[in-house]
Design a protein around this ligand. Structure first.
Ligand SMILES: Nc1ncnc2c1ncn2[C@@H]1O[C@H](COP(=O)(O)OP(=O)(O)OP(=O)(O)O)[C@@H](O)[C@H]1O
Ligand SMILES: [Mg+2]
Length: 357
């Protein structure tokens, strides 16, 4: 799939921009503060309803304006759609082909987008939610039963937490329903992880990154291995009543990354962690292409920082070889190298103005 055009109004320092993007590599160049990350951020918002830089979407609107607008024509399987996102002081207006949509999940369903940015390394060093999001991204796109089940789980979790604080008498009903839903999500995650591990190891091997061989991960379901979820819920019931929330379950699931048995967080250098986080995203792209026969759009913000030339060249080449659309930023064009066979559309940003080169 691809983003064919992009129109921005009052997105951070970008007051107005209209851009036609190429089907393959699109490179945005510019000095610090010229608006490169803001431009990528706008595509990410269109695809997910969320910024990758702030949890407060209001921060995206230009300081001098009361609203910001992002709109785009996307092309998926030969069909065009117009997607629009506008945020003013009090409302968010999302439209797909001029029809209002109320759920962010509808945006996500229309896009297949993989974003690499300065916080992507949180998948290694950050809170468990970043790693859960990684697995669930793939399940959301590859398995139509995952998202409804995930919604059901969230609802049941809320109901059980409310029961822990109030009625208590119906707890066994919530325990059983939550356990059933949690076991389904858990087994979906386990099989997704097996497939993803194969892809991650392939990317490491094919790129010949010796320093990263010996990588492994261990999945923690969110309750002890030797127990069913239901039994863990029952065993923890008194503690959960005391604290007023459910302490076990897939909402506490996590991945532990190791290298030759050692904890990746402590063992790997900062640059290696960043490399590994990009490898994991490339693995997502690879599995997406193999299983769903579609290459996701890759957004790569400032790949140069902390990645040495060899790692950077090899990983970008891998993404280019998927044959899909790549939209990336760099301060210096010399930091990147593309083979002659991949046409590169170059743009330069200057104080929020975008020019085609
Ligand atoms: N809400 C806003 N309104 C106006 N300007 C903003 C807003 N938020 C950020 N800026 C400014 O927009 C400019 C562009 O920021 P951006 O992060 O997109 O630059 P960049 O080209 O990615 O820079 P770098 O190379 O340092 O990563 C910065 O100077 C920043 O101060
Ligand atoms: Mg930037």
């Amino acid at each position: 799939m691809l983003v064919s055009s992009l129109n921005l109004e009052n997105v951070r320092c970008i007051k107005k921009a209209s851009i036609f993007l190429g089907e393959r590599v699109n490179l945005f160049l510019g000095e610090n503060g010229s608006g490169k990350s803001s431009l990528l951020e706008s595509i990410h918002i269109l695809a997910t309803g969320k910024s990758f830089r702030t949890s407060k979407i209001d921060g995206v609107k230009n300081f001098d304006s009361d609203s910001f607008t992002i709109s785009s024509i996307i092309n998926r399987n030969g069909f065009e759609k117009v997607i629009g996102y506008r945020k003013d002081k009090s409302n968010i207006d999302i439209r797909i082909n001029s029809i209002n949509v109320s759920k962010l999940s509808e945006l996500v369903l229309n896009f297949s987008l993989i974003t690499f940015h300065s916080s992507s390394v949180f998948i290694i060093e950050g809170e468990p939610q970043y790693r859960r999001r990684y697995i669930d991204w793939w399940l959301f796109h590859s398995n139509t039963s995952f998202y409804p089940e995930w919604l059901r789980y969230q609802k049941l979790l809320k109901q059980r937490n409310a029961a822990l604080r109030q009625s208590k008498s119906f707890l066994h009903v919530w325990d059983e329903a939550l356990a059933e839903s949690g076991e389904i999500i858990n087994s979906l995650r386990q099989s997704a992880l097996q497939m993803l591990m194969v892809e991650v190891c392939n990317v490491i091997d094919e790129s010949d990154f010796q320093s990263l061989s010996g990588f492994s991960w261990q999945y923690n379901s969110g309750w002890p291995k030797d127990e069913t979820f239901l039994s863990a819920l029952k065993r923890n019931q008194q503690r959960d009543i005391l604290y007023g929330f459910t302490s076990v379950g897939v909402h506490r699931g996590d991945l532990r990354f190791t290298f030759k048995g050692k904890d990746a967080k402590e063992y790997l250098s900062r640059g290696q962690q960043k490399t590994l986080s990009l490898i994991m995203l490339i693995a997502l792209g690879s599995i997406h292409k193999k299983v769903l026969n579609e290459t996701p759009i890759f957004l790569i913000d400032d790949v140069s920082s902390e990645l040495d030339t060899t790692h950077r060249y090899k990983l970008i080449e891998k993404i280019v070889n998927f044959g899909g659309q790549l939209i990336l930023t760099s301060i210096d064009a010399n930091d990147l190298r593309f083979s002659m066979s991949s046409p590169v559309n170059k743009f330069v940003l200057q104080k929020g103005d975008v020019h085609v080169v």
